[in-house]
Design a protein around this ligand. Sequence first.
Ligand SMILES: [Mg+2]
Length: 417
Amino acid sequence: MYALVDCNNFFVSCERVFRPSLNNRPVIVLSSNDGCAVARSNEAKALGIKMGAPVFKIQDIVKKHRVECISGNLSFYGDMSQRVMSVLREMSPAIEVYSVDEAFLDLSGIPEHELKPLCQRIRKRVKKWTGIPVSIGIAPTKTLAKAAASVAKKYEEAEGVYLMNSLQARRSVLQRMDVGDVWGVGRKLSERFTYMGLNTAWKLSECDPAHIRELTSVVTQKTVLELQGTPCYAFGEEPDHRKQIISSRSFGEPVKDLKTLKEAVSTFVATGAEKLRSEGTEARAITVYASSSPFKGKYYANSTLITLDNATSDTGVLTKQAMKGVDEIFKQGVGFKKAGICLHDIQHKSAHQADLFSVVDNKRSESLMTAMDKLNSTMGKHTLRFGTSNPNGKWRNLCKHQSPAYTSDWAQLLVVK
Ligand SMILES: [Mg+2]
C-alpha cells in the first residue's frame, strides 16, 4: 500500500504556525508581486475566493470580510517543508517527496490493520513537531492514494486519514470524484472524457485500459490501470539529483539599466550556487535570461547559454560568467520585467574531473565558499556577498505584506515576551 501525505493549505498553515491570530480567519497567500492568491485558508475558500484569483478582482471580498493577505515567502515555506519531510522520513519505511507539500510513503509490508493507526500517529507527530496539519490517503496505487487523501481532507469524519482498501471504498470515492480531479488528467483530457460520458473517476476506471490507450496515450492507460488498483508508477525512494536549479524573479518596477540588471542576476547566481553547495553538487553550464513584460509595449526576451570548462559551485566563477551573459542579452531602451538564471549539467562533486589547465584554485575556492556559507547561515542571509550582487536593489519585488523569515534568519526570530 501507498500513502500520500498532503499538507492542508500549506502556505497558509506555515504562516499560522508563527501567527496563531490567523487561525479561524480568512487568509490568502499571494504570488510574487502580490498578484494572485496562491493559497487559501478554508475560511477564504468558503468566501468563494478561487485558486489563482487576481487580487484586484477580489478587492471587495477582501475588504468586506477583512481577509488577511500575505506576500508569499518561499524560502520560509521551503524550510517548513523540510521539517515536515524529516518527520515523515523518521516515521515511515520509505518516502518520496513529490512536491513542496506532498510526499508518498511506501507502506508495503505493514499489516493492514496497522496502516490507519500508523498514519494517525504520523499525522499527530507532524502537527505536534512542525505545527502543520496534514491529510493522509492510503491505497494500493499512487493515483488512488491521491484520491484517498482528498477524501481525508474533505470529510471531517475521516479525521485526516482515509484508508481505501476495498472495492466498496474505491467505488464510493471514485463515483463522487470528477474525472478532471484524477491525478494526471488535465483540463483538455477531462473535457474529452466528459464529452464521451466519462464524467466521473469511477466511469473512467471501468474502461478497458487498452481501448483508452488507443484513444489517448500510454500515460492515460496507466492512469486507468492505477484507478483499477494495478500499480503502474514505481516508487522512487530517493529522487535523482535535480537536473537543474532555477533562480529567477519578476521585478517590482521595470529595470532599464545594465547595472541594476546585473545586481539582480548576480543575486540569483549567489542563491543558485549556494543551493549547489548545500547539495554537494556542481554545475557545468549556466543560462542567463531576461525579458520585458509581455503585456506592455514591444516584447523583448533574450537568453544565453554559457558552458564552463570545469564544473563548479563557486559563486565568484559563476558570477563572472553570468555577468558576461548579461552584457550579451541587455538591450538599451528595454524595461526588463523578469530575469533569471538556470544552472544545468549538474553533477555530484565527487564526480569532479580535475583539469590540468584549470586556473581556479579549487582548495582556495572551496574554503572561501565554506566560510561565506557559514557566515551567511549564522549571521543572516547576504551578510557576506559579492559586490556585483545587491539583494535589496531597485529590482526587488513589491512584497508589501511579507511575513518575517521566522526559521531562517536569526534577526527575524519570533520574540516571546
Ligand atoms: Mg496541499
